[in-house]
Design a protein around this ligand. Structure first.
Ligand code: IPE
Ligand code: MG
Length: 225
């Protein structure tokens, strides 16, 4: 979800106003995904590089995370949503870490939609932490396969994504799910995240539906199948 800052600046508002609107957009998107039968929604909320922002903005984002958890977790649970956070949360303050653990525990057996928030997350970080776990479990082993690594990735509980959406006009991955996006359909939109609504989601899904996912095969092979 990109473009919160620009959404605010273009309205002569402080950047934080864009982040606050951004939380509303997340709530709206969770609802829209539930209604459309989406089973996994993964949101890049805070990257491992976002610590480089001014301290004031970082601390505002952290308190927004705390208040959103306080306000939303019960509702998520009531709506059958399983909540997960992936990323190196050890850098967050104790209170936030406890709130995350509590929210994950409370919603663990929900099955309607899994909402994953990537926080202090980076795709390279994820691959490296998985390699380290895999190596630790297999002392002396050197010849690993993809399937040895996959279970240690932080999103091992979710299927690889079908559709990636980046709002805000930038056309890059910015260290999001590097491993998992190998065959994901990419969709970029100029719409800033606070303006991304259900019709905007439908436009992304419509674009996705026009794609032919060949996974390395030819078009003819897919038809034959
Ligand atoms: C994305 O919006 C939200 C976070 C990274 C937390 P930005 O804050 O990156 O918005 P722009 O790119 O400055 O418009
Ligand atoms: Mg940005």
């Amino acid at each position: 979800m990109d473009g919160n800052g620009r959404w605010a600046t273009s309205r002569m508002l402080p950047r934080v106003a864009g982040h606050i609107k951004g939380v509303d957009a997340v709530r709206r998107m969770v609802e829209a995904c539930v209604r459309r039968g989406v089973e996994f929604l993964t949101i890049f909320a805070f990257s491992s590089e976002n610590w480089r922002r001014p301290a004031e903005e970082v601390s505002l984002l952290m308190s927004l995370f705390v208040t959103s958890l306080e306000r939303e977790v019960a509702k998520l649970h009531a709506n059958g949503i399983r909540f997960r956070v992936v990323g190196d949360i050890s850098r967050f303050d104790q209170k936030l870490q406890q709130m995350i653990a509590h929210a994950e525990r409370k919603t663990a057996s929900n099955e309607r939609l899994t909402l994953t928030i990537c926080a202090n997350y980076g795709g390279r970080w994820d691959i490296m932490q998985a390699i380290n776990k895999m190596a630790e479990l297999n002392p002396g082993k050197i010849d690993f396969s993809e399937s040895d690594l996959a279970p240690h990735l932080s999103l091992a509980y979710a299927p690889e994504p079908d559709l990636f959406i980046r709002t805000g006009g930038e056309q890059r991955i910015s260290n999001f799910l590097l491993w998992q996006l190998a065959y994901t359909e990419l969709y970029f939109t100029e719409t800033h995240w606070p303006d991304f609504d259900a019709p905007a989601l439908d436009a992304a899904i419509a674009s996705y539906r026009q794609r032919e996912r060949r996974f390395g095969r030819t078009s003819d092979q897919l038809v034959a199948k």
